[in-house]
Design a protein around this ligand. Structure first.
Ligand SMILES: NCCCC[C@H](N)C(=O)NCC(=O)O
Length: 463
């Protein structure tokens, strides 16, 4: 039942990602239909990201009030309405309205799925399933690139977007039929285990475990939940740790994949369009390997999750510096390392949701997840804007060359520095809060020494 619920919600998220990426593959046709330059198409990306980010907190609060099922159903219908409008209109302002609807619908999917996972699965599995949600969701991009593109080329704009609208309505039906916000009884636990969770009261938080099985979190029926969640969530340092984790690690990938990566690889590095798309494919494949690895490390070493984040951040910074410092195009292997580093960074962004899960009670998880998601998308908007701004300043007429991109991508230093300062401050505050709750994070040196000692004793678990 847990996998059926997760699978149905995940399918809705795949369709949301298809909607999100559909305009990207229909760029030429959109430029033609709305009589705009290819460069103006970036406006659609910015509108979409801004709407997505702005909708996260309201959608998160709604999730805590009415549950994932209703939010997913309404979100899929709104997304379908946006696609239908886009299918029918021929003017830019109406197309932007349609894109706003698509952005709002899209904003409901990911955080609705993430709210279901800890309600249906034991805590130890949550990090891997969260990573799997991101990986499977990304296949929506393949639906845009292959079947959607085939309908677009074979039958034209209106049938292509009407079929996406149909898919949205279908997913609303699937979510209504199969998604349940919580199990009728907590599976795999005894009555006592449930009573124990209840005994901790309304504010019980999923513990930062040490790899032991913790029962699925108890999500109470909406009628029982009355408290305003936002003010409590923003006072929780762990939610900010999640926010800055997502802020620091998601934007390099979004900046590259959503807008500036292909121009940099083709106009800047001199690759063919085919070689550039091969690099994007390598990046997607790397995610399939890195996601589960990160999920397993997160559940085995929950006290060291921030080191995974800082490691991924260090990897992508070193990869970018090694590509941007030399003034000549880089060899293919170095660009491969860059796209793998970008994927590692996006993978680490999901650790932000895990910080939220272990910092706020299950009844406020929707709000906290929305807040974490805002971090990555606000940073993405800032980074995409800064890269575009520098390109505009150094070469106002377009026709960018490698030196322009070297300068422009260096602007990512701004969100990196801001994100790192926020992350370190939030980590310190979170550790203080954990200590108040009786959980003390031992220094890394001590933890490594204990692990080595434990290995000598034949034990396999970190203390
Ligand atoms: N394979 C990496 C996926 C990263 C997902 C990312 N952390 C995220 O927040 N996604 C939100 C969404 O709506 O897709």
């Amino acid at each position: 039942m847990a996998f059926t619920v997760w699978g149905a919600a995940l399918a809705a998220y795949v369709v949301a990602v298809t909607g999100r990426t559909s305009l990207g593959v229909a760029g030429l046709q959109a430029a033609d239909r709305f009589e705009i330059s290819a460069a103006s198409l970036s406006m659609f990306v910015v509108v979409q990201l801004a709407v997505y980010a702005a909708a996260q907190i309201p959608v998160g609060i709604l999730l805590d009030k009415v549950g994932s099922r209703r939010v997913l159903v309404v979100g899929a219908v709104v997304l379908a309405a946006g696609q239908l409008l886009l299918a029918l209109v021929g003017t830019l302002p109406l197309a932007l309205v349609a894109r706003v609807l698509v952005g709002v619908g899209d904003a409901t999917a990911f955080i609705s799925v993430l709210r279901l996972v800890p309600a249906w699965f034991p805590a130890q599995r949550v990090p891997v399933l969260t990573q799997m949600t991101g990986i499977v969701g990304a296949t929506g991009q393949i639906i845009s690139a292959v079947p959607f593109m085939a309908v677009l080329l074979g039958h034209g704009w209106t049938p292509a977007f009407v079929s996406l609208a149909g898919l949205g309505v279908f997913m609303a039906g699937v979510a209504a039929l199969l998604v349940r916000d919580r199990p009728a009884a907590v599976p795999g636990t005894t009555r006592t285990a449930v009573a124990d969770v209840d005994a901790q009261g309304d504010d019980a938080v999923q513990p930062v475990g040490t790899g032991a099985e913790v029962p699925p979190s108890r999500v109470r029926a909406p009628a029982v939940k009355k408290k305003a969640s936002l003010s409590k969530v923003v006072r929780e340092p762990g939610a900010w740790l999640g926010f800055f984790t997502h802020f620091l690690t998601l934007f390099p990938t979004n900046t590259f994949i959503l807008l500036w990566g292909v121009p940099f690889l083709t106009a800047g590095q001199g690759l063919s369009a085919g070689a550039a798309s091969a690099l994007l494919t390598i990046s997607a494949l790397a995610g399939i390997v890195l996601g589960p690895v990160s999920g397993v490390l997160q559940s085995r070493h929950p006290m060291r999750r921030s080191w995974l984040v800082i490691g991924a951040f260090g990897f992508v910074v070193v990869a970018w510096v090694s590509v941007l410092v030399p003034s000549t195009p880089r060899p293919m292997w170095q660009l491969v390392v860059l796209v793998i580093a970008l994927t590692a960074s996006a993978t680490a962004s999901n650790i932000g949701f895990d910080f939220a899960r272990t910092s706020v009670p299950a009844d406020r998880l929707g709000t906290a997840t929305g807040m974490v998601n805002v971090g990555g998308f606000v940073a993405s908007l800032l980074s995409i804007f800064l890269v575009g701004l520098v390109l505009d300043l150094v070469r106002p007429g377009g026709g960018y060359v490698l030196d322009d991109f070297r300068l422009a991508f260096s602007a990512q230093a701004v969100p990196w520095v801001a994100g790192l300062i926020g992350l370190l401050a939030a980590r310190r505050a979170t550790r203080r809060r954990m200590a108040e709750r009786g959980v003390v994070v031992p220094p890394v040196r001590e933890a490594i020494a204990r692990m080595l000692g434990a290995r000598g004793d034949g034990s396999r678990r970190e203390p």
